[in-house]
Write a protein that binds this ligand. Sequence first.
Ligand code: UD1
Ligand code: F6R
Length: 703
Amino acid sequence: MCGIFGYCNYLVEKSRGEILETLVQGLERLEYRGYDSAGLAVDGDNNDQLVFKEIGKVVALRNKIDSADINRSKIFSNHVGIAHTRWATHGEPKPVNCHPQSSDLNNEFLVVHNGIITNYKDIKILLQGKGFVFDSETDTECIAKLFKHIYDTNLASGIELDFHHLFKQVLFELEGSYGLLVKSSHYPDEVIATRKGSPLLIGVKTERKLKVDFVDVEFPQDANSSTPNPPNPPQRRALNSQKNSSLNLLPVVPENLRRQISRSFVNDEGEPLPVEFFLSSDPSSVVQHTKKVLFLEDDDIAHIYDGELHIHRASREIGASATRSIQTLEIELAEIMKGPYKHFMAKEIFEQPESAFNTMRGRIDFINHTVKLGGVKSWISTIRRCRRIIMIACGTSYHSCLATRSTFEELTEIPVTVELASDFVDRRSPVFRDDTCIFVSQSGETADTMTALKYCIEKGALTVGVVNSVGSSISRQTHCGVHINAGPEIGVASTKAYTSQYIALVMIALSLSDDRISAVNRHKEIIDGLKDIPQQIKKVLQLEQKIKKLCETVLHDQRSLLLLGRGAQFASALEGALKIKEISYMHSEGVLAGELKHGVLALVDDKLPIIIFATRDSLFTEVQNAIAQVTARSGKPIIICNEGDDLVKDGNTSATLEVPLTVDCLQGLLNIIPLQLTSYWLAVGKGIDVDFPRNLAKSVTVA
Ligand code: UD1
Ligand code: F6R
């Protein structure tokens, strides 16, 4: 998915070469999100802009910059650079469609954008009518051109707007979702950033500790503000034009100052501090520079100039917070590096004993058999009274809901439905105030899940998040929730997030039912089972070499694969099939074993590879029947079974993969690991870049 990165230095001397390196490195940290092209813009030598764009990997952009004939040693003590990785939505990947998108040949306004402008066609037609010529097929280009149009129109009336006032006028015309950074030759060394439905954060780096760890929000014509209102826009612009000091300016006296001074970024004498700002759609590109970050909220307009960060709102909403806090990120750079593994996906698969433990750490008391989830404990009694639970998610996260649904039903005795977010929204399914809606998402930013969340909030339901990314939109916008604490997941294929989501959901079900005397023994059994899971996962991971061999022999060069599971293992079949298709590009299909005779058997012969989940649970006998149906048609399935259960001994199977036995409702945690490894080795065998499978993105922030 698209990634945004911006860098501003103020009173901190940096050469052009250093600035370019910071921007390119910022993009490299965003690579894991998936993208098809990249671009950036920095200042030129004559109030012009240097723009670089390239399709393919960031390294291609780096090479292009390296071979450019530019003065790399020129020093800037005050500068703004913006950069972008693009994942094509409007227009194929080609240089002209890369960001930054420009307003005109002189690059008066340059824009990088994540998201989609839904009314871009209308804006484009309007601007074309006014003589603008569009070069790209992107929706973003209309933003850059709209800037120029509104700027020129105001100027023609003698008004030189402050950058953020100009921005407000542009935003007024835009519909859709966006994370945006804008730089302009009319506003040197200034940058504007905003977000609506697309994440954006600002890292702050100073030598000295900030005076306060928040930024005041500036509302228009704010009667309640403790600081004086800024002068009107035209006057403010002229007052700030230090670079145009030959103009006939008003004297700079305190009451004429352009804006209120942000309390965070000044020293004791009220003077600005040397400071660097890192703007990004993702903390992973900021942590190497600073851990102090401010998360923008939807519709915040961040304006950075003269070493200060100002947050503006178009209007003062009732109950709106008057500050944005500068938080300390706990994520470590080491956490997002590959370590000894060749791919992030492998690292994350092998991290699961640890990530599974981290999900439970501090939350389960294995001695007293109790579960305490800090994020939901004060909501538990409300949830218990709900009429039904609706679990909503996409992809792998949806499968973790399917895998735990029966545990919820069994333990809570509350009806549970599981919904794919896009379908749920398409149907505008009825939701009531006494429903509890659980949103499961690794990234916490998935557009369909977010849309469903907003819909459920509108309907007055209680919303609960189960999210990996702390500070993500879903984590912040749900009433309450549980962070799964799996650590950053960078491989596009979700692995450790699945097992941690599964555990977090089981823990929620346990918390909801810890008042039921009749469930005490079952609770004890499940909690004891959870205690052993990390060690058992470690054991399953030892199957790697056997699985690798299967991928090189039985599964090699196959075009299609069926996975059969029943009950909770249907979720394992679906998740296994998703992993295989997304990483190895082999068609694979998860089938409910009970449905075999209703059509799917037609596919079975001695050639089609089939994987069957046949671990011991209440449906074990039924699954044996499914195996018999397959082998009777010359099928030679690969069977995932419990240790010692060598199910078909007469040569009817291609292989058995034995996993430890756990409590029935946790078995899926172990059963999925062989499939993660299978997808990994199938893909590696085909030479596929496992961390960046084609056509996929880590965080799907467009619907
Ligand atoms: C919190 C701290 C953790 C600390 C622990 C010990 C955070 C993020 N977590 O963990 O570092 O070790 O206390 O006291 O500071 N939330 C949502 N929606 C979601 C996910 C979470 O609203 O999708 C909310 C929760 O309701 C809660 C907060 O975010 O208010 C933190 O959730 P979580 O990290 O799960 O809470 P703890 O496990 O208590
Ligand atoms: C598959 C995968 C996707 C995601 C889906 C939801 O490996 O990663 O199917 O699970 O896009 O993403 P999140 O969990 O971030 O909402």
